[in-house]
Design a protein around this ligand. Structure first.
Ligand code: TYD
Length: 139
């Protein structure tokens, strides 16, 4: 529920003379079952993606190519992660507002998520999100 619950995770990297291979499977790397995968690419320079929170969705974000920043906010704390390695993922727990920016040319952002696409799981309005977080914090 809080930025402090979000963290970078090292993914396995199998290296040999043919190149590197990384895989993600639900075990000790991610604790959720994978329901969907989507990816952002051809992001124009200066564009911002995200700009929303999720009620229940958990997510692992990976820079498959290039780099970008992920800004996480829980209404109190903000943390910026730069992702630039295909064998490092950023786990994002539910109820976190996220924005992605500073995309390099050719960046590909892979998202591995716990739920099918469902617009009712989104907070698209920051004030509505902040109000929900206040209610959560106040029990
Ligand atoms: P949006 O949530 O704005 O993307 P981002 O978080 O990367 O900024 O989604 C853009 C559009 O794509 C929006 O109309 C919803 C749609 N969409 C789907 O239909 N399925 C999906 O799995 C996702 C992630 C988005």
């Amino acid at each position: 529920m809080y930025v402090s619950n979000c963290k970078l995770v090292d993914l396995p990297k199998i290296h040999d003379f043919r190149g590197n291979l990384t895989f993600v499977q639900p075990d000790d790397v991610i604790q959720f079952d994978i329901a969907r995968v989507y990816y952002l690419y051809d992001v124009p320079s200066g564009a911002t993606r995200g700009g929303h929170g999720h009620k229940n969705l958990q997510q692992l974000i990976i820079a498959l190519s290039g780099s970008f920043n992920v800004v996480l906010n829980d209404g109190t704390d903000t943390q910026v992660f730069q992702l630039n390695r295909p064998n490092v993922g950023l786990y994002v727990c539910p109820m976190i507002w996220r924005e992605l920016d500073n995309f390099s040319s050719g960046a590909v952002c892979l998202s591995i998520v716990s739920l099918s696409y469902d617009e009712s799981d989104y907070y698209r309005d920051f004030d509505e999100y902040l109000q929900a977080m206040r209610e959560l914090r106040n029990g």
